[in-house]
Write a protein that binds this ligand. Structure first.
Ligand code: NOJ
Length: 557
């Protein structure tokens, strides 16, 4: 089996927001087909589709009702077959989202399971009796706030859900459940799907003694280490390889909350036959206050040193032991230039600077739709948000527990909400940014007049063409895929600088991640004399003896 994914760049599509072909305001499969040539022009190799299966859409498709059917608003199975075919015709691969930690409560398995304790599906989910004296079986919390347990009157028991109560967790201890998952994977791979992004895969194995988290004053429910990396996780992943993946030439990337650069090798060491790569959250968590009761909404100011430390740690620890998945954005994260950069006067420079840092590293880069044109966060009023995570946090933290004021929460939502990345893709400066001819399911970001694909394709200096060049470099230059990594200036508060080296060649990757000029002297002894620029985001490198705001470049010695 090839490791084509090492030289690939993956583009993530969030289908409901990508392109609507039939005017119902909702992105669809035919819309994606219409844009395949655009993706080809960008130069990516693989498309990862967020879930397109039948779903009540409580969590925008991460709540699956039927794994072998398309959600009606996305299209039909014929549309899906056509998409796979047309992508393959263009040399593009398709990776699907495997959401198998949980299903929707409307999935047939759960509908049956909740009926009684003695039917063929009773053991498909995790059911527990109330604690002695009543109440939830333990103090585990849902990632979307509140308890991770919901009582079901018919069955007279609680079921576990690490996410919304409409997303019951599957019981992976049950061999029949595992077999069901492997079967559905084969169903899709037989259709030609080229791989899997595995949703919260690190959570599939549970601590079956269901221990309470140690209590802290002022807190009722807890999420954390017991929600992931359970005792049988790696046994399941190895079994999945043997039972489902073997014989198919596909790539796998697991979403691994709770993973560290230390335990990452357990997932990605090729000798262990588990996953090709994982998504860590460590760099995404640098701007939250650790252990805070308000979780991701407790903001900590961005410090570029934290970003360098975490990303470099993963580069170093996986060297020779496994492959990295490189990302700064996805459908769960805000736009990086709004989050940690500048999305106004240096918007383009900043987008290119982050792209340079990410695409210069070793691993497989992921581009999230709109990142390639420098899309920015949205600032809507709280009531306008669609995401279940925001809605639940508003009820739980602001209204019930009162651990965060409405004003503070509003600010945190502008900065961190997942909906920032879920606004419709901006194709043109026309009505609804060219996303739909109808009424979009979610408000278009008002900055679409200035930031859109049509505009980017006309402008030779656009973020789009910069990404195109970085992607081309990934295909052409072995130093990017194979070269070693060394962080330089770890304590510098503004610059992110590192070196790649391969077979006597040396590349220096550098970016000023602030909106202040920095004296070029800081690169003394580091910058190669008489070097050749590989890529740069300003007409002149180090103009006026300064590394200009958000200036970025790669040079060869
Ligand atoms: C991670 C997904 O990326 C996110 O969107 C979803 O809400 C949770 N897993 C639950 O499936």
């Amino acid at each position: 089996m090839g490791d084509w994914w090492k030289k690939s760049v993956v583009y993530q599509i969030y289908p409901r927001s990508f392109k609507d072909s039939n005017g119902d305001g909702f992105g669809d499969l035919q819309g994606i087909i219409q844009k395949l040539d655009y993706l080809k022009e960008l130069g990516i190799d693989v498309i990862w589709l967020s879930p397109v299966y039948d779903s009540p859409q409580q969590d925008n498709g991460y709540d699956i009702r039927d794994y072998r059917k398309m959600y009606g608003k996305f299209g039909t199975m014929e549309d899906m077959d056509e998409l796979i075919q047309k992508a393959h015709d263009r040399g593009l691969k398709i990776v699907m989202d495997l959401v198998a930690n949980h299903t929707s409560d409307e999935h047939r398995w759960f509908v049956e399971s909740r009926k009684s304790g003695d039917n063929p599906y009773s053991g498909y989910y995790i059911w527990k009796d109330p604690k002695d004296g009543g109440g939830e079986p333990n103090n585990w919390g849902s990632s979307f706030c509140g308890s991770a347990w919901t009582y079901d009157g018919t069955r007279g028991q609680y079921y576990l859900h690490f996410y919304d109560k409409k997303q019951p967790d599957l019981n992976w201890e049950n061999e029949t459940v595992r077999r069901e998952v492997y079967d559905l994977m084969k169903f899709w791979m037989d259709k030609g799907v080229d791989g899997w992004r595995m949703d919260v895969i690190a959570s599939i194995s549970k601590y079956t003694d269901f221990p309470d988290y140690p209590e802290e004053p002022g807190r009722r429910y807890y999420t954390g280490f017991m929600h992931s990396n359970g005792p049988r996780l790696h046994e399941y992943l190895q079994e999945m390889n043997r039972e489902a993946l073997a014989g198919y030439d596909c790539m796998t990337v697991g979403e691994a909350p709770g993973s560290t650069s230390e335990n990452a090798r357990l997932f990605v060491d090729p000798g262990r036959k588990e996953l090709n790569m994982i998504f860590t959250f460590e760099h995404m968590n640098i701007d939250r206050i650790p252990g805070h009761v308000n979780r991701k909404w407790a903001l900590k100011p961005f410090d570029v040193r934290d970003l360098k430390r975490v990303m470099s740690d993963w580069q170093e620890k996986l060297e020779g032991h496994g492959w990295n998945a490189l990302y700064l954005e996805n459908h769960d994260q805000p736009r990086v230039i709004s989050r940690w950069g500048n999305d106004t006067c240096y918007r383009k420079e900043c987008a290119k600077a982050y792209a340079t840092i990410l695409h210069g590293m070793k691993g497989t880069p992921y581009v999230y739709q709109g990142e390639e044109i420098g899309m920015v966060n949205a600032s809507y009023q709280l009531e306008e948000y669609e995401d279940v995570e925001v809605k639940n946090a508003l009820l739980e933290l602001v209204e019930r527990e009162k651990t965060i004021s409405r004003e503070e929460f509003q600010k945190a939502v502008w900065n961190k909400s997942r909906d920032n990345a879920r606004t419709p893709m901006q194709w043109t400066d026309g009505e609804n940014a060219g996303f739909t001819s109808g009424t979009p399911w979610f408000k278009v970001n008002p900055r679409y007049k200035e930031i859109n694909v049509e505009e980017a394709l006309k402008d030779q200096d656009s973020v789009f063409y910069y990404y195109q060049k970085l992607i081309r470099l990934r295909h052409q230059e072995e130093i990017l895929t194979e070269g070693s990594y060394r962080l330089l200036l770890p304590e510098d508060e503004s610059l992110f600088v590192y070196e790649r080296e391969y077979r006597g060649r040396r590349w220096l990757v550098a970016a000023n991640l602030t909106d202040r000029p920095v004296p070029a002297g800081r690169l003394d002894g580091i910058l190669y004399p008489g070097c050749r620029a590989v890529i740069q985001n300003r007409p002149q490198i180090l103009e006026d003896g300064m590394m200009q705001p958000y200036e970025a470049f790669i040079v060869e010695s």
